[in-house]
Design a protein around this ligand. Structure first.
Ligand code: HEC
Length: 102
């Protein structure tokens, strides 16, 4: 009986994790690794050669999880060679959306 309870607890825990929309902590790691060459996280970009910072991007209207999910489905110039795993995309979206609240 006890084993069944432990088993059910595990199934429940894993199920709960899967239901999460994305992990912003991991999203930050992915962004710092793959995106920070071009995008700073916060502040206002002053270098004309660099991409807008993520806080600038997220300040625009309609920059929500839906926009980002669609955006990450496609490549954006000049970042044509980057490929994120599907689960990483969800994490990146969660992290970028969290910047909106700051
Ligand atoms: C090689 C440089 C480069 C890398 C790496 C890069 N980007 Fe970009 N990104 C850009 C540039 C340049 C723009 C601005 C393009 C424009 O406004 O047309 C941009 C724009 C964006 C935008 C805003 C699009 C819009 O419509 O305003 C988002 C969101 C974005 N990038 C997300 C990411 C994410 C997430 C990563 C990492 C997985 C990433 N970028 C990596 C260069 C890069």
């Amino acid at each position: 009986m006890r084993r069944i309870a432990v088993f059910l607890a595990l199934v429940f825990a894993v199920g709960t994790v899967n239901a999460e929309p994305g992990d912003p902590v991991n999203g930050r790691i992915v962004v710092e690794h793959w995106c920070s060459n071009c995008h700073a996280l916060t502040g206002t970009e002053t270098e004309p050669d660099r991409a807008p910072t993520f806080s600038e991007i997220m300040k625009e209207r309609d920059r929500d999880a839906r926009f980002l999910t669609g955006f990450l489905r496609e490549d954006h110039f000049p970042m044509t060679t980057y490929r994120l795993f599907e689960h990483e995309k969800g994490d990146v979206v969660a992290f970028l959306v969290s910047l909106k609240d700051e």
